[in-house]
Ligand binder design. Structure first.
Ligand code: HEC
Length: 264
């Protein structure tokens, strides 16, 4: 009885050990692959998100460097056609990032997204020609933030569920309702980006579930520079050139967050 019990438990023990060993082996062999597969997927999504943000920034910068020209009175044709503008954006992107926005090696998805973004910029500049070339109007409200919003709206209609780019901000700073942070953005902005020990400039990203779909979400903080404060700075409440009350922001405050959503 004792023997058989022992023998029995021995057999079970061996069987159990064999199963465990096999399972461990499977985990050891498979897990790194599973992890590296999702890691490399995330790495490429991060790269895609960073590229879209960088291209949007390049576009805003070109609006900014041409702001005086855009605002000029007494001159009709500002010679800032959509094509001239986008060529300048491509140059700015390459200078700032060390490589062109469009390359031979990029995936079909990345190529589609970048082209959609550039096409959106072309359309926004085309639409804005009558405004930009109006000789009687000085300040026209065609500023980087407006340009970015219009580009992101066009981009959304071109790429559907594949990607979305939005410029948002801490809720109390938002001027345009369409830029209000959603629940996830609010949580990340308040809980992370605004926390005093958040590393400056560090993006946050994670995969979230929305309507039964896995979405990769990424948010990149931006801070007020001196040039922002003419409108977003002090004195708080005093109306700026665009007709909005100033937010009372200070140099270096978190003033903006580029939020990017990508399909997984
Ligand atoms: C000439 C005034 C002016 C300057 C300078 C300016 N902004 Fe704005 N900003 C605006 C206006 C007006 C809007 C609302 C645009 C719209 O209609 O969507 C806006 C919108 C924004 C938004 C989108 C969220 C929202 O409030 O609707 C962010 C983020 C933002 N600005 C950050 C900045 C930062 C950062 C800088 C400096 C790099 C800056 N702004 C410079 C006037 C300005």
């Amino acid at each position: 009885m004792k023997m058989s019990l022992l023998a029995g438990s021995h057999r079970e023990d061996r069987a159990l050990r064999a199963v465990c060993a096999a399972a461990l082996l499977a985990v050891a062999l498979l897990l790194p692959q599973v992890l590296s597969a999702s890691d490399s997927e995330d790495a490429s999504l991060i790269e895609t998100g960073n590229r879209l943000a960088a291209l949007l920034r390049a576009g805003r910068n070109v609006v900014s460097t041409n702001q005086a020209r855009i605002n000029q009175t007494g001159v009709g044709d500002k010679e800032l056609s959509a094509v001239a503008f986008v060529i300048e954006v491509m140059h700015a992107y390459e200078t700032q990032n060390g490589q062109p926005a469009l390359t031979e090696e990029m995936s079909p998805l990345d190529e589609k997204l970048v082209k959609a973004q550039l096409d959106s910029m072309v359309e926004v500049l085309d639409d804005a020609q009558p405004l930009i070339n109006n000789p009687d109007l000085g300040f026209k409200g065609f500023i980087p933030a407006v340009f970015a919003r219009l580009v992101n709206e066009k981009f959304a209609t071109k790429v559907g569920h594949l990607a979305r780019i939005k410029v948002t901000a801490p809720r109390n700073l938002v001027r345009n309702r369409s830029a209000l942070p959603d629940a996830w953005e609010t949580e990340i902005i308040n809980g992370r980006l605004l926390s005093p020990d958040w590393p400056r400039g560090q993006p946050w990203y994670e995969t979230v579930e929305a309507n039964g779909r896995a979405r990769f979400r990424m948010i990149i903080p931006e801070y007020y520079s001196r040039s922002c404060l003419t409108c977003h700075g002090e004195p708080k409440g005093e109306v700026d050139a665009t007709g909005f009350p100033r937010e009372g922001g200070k140099l270096g405050d978190l003033g903006s967050a580029i939020s990017i959503t990508l399909s997984k």
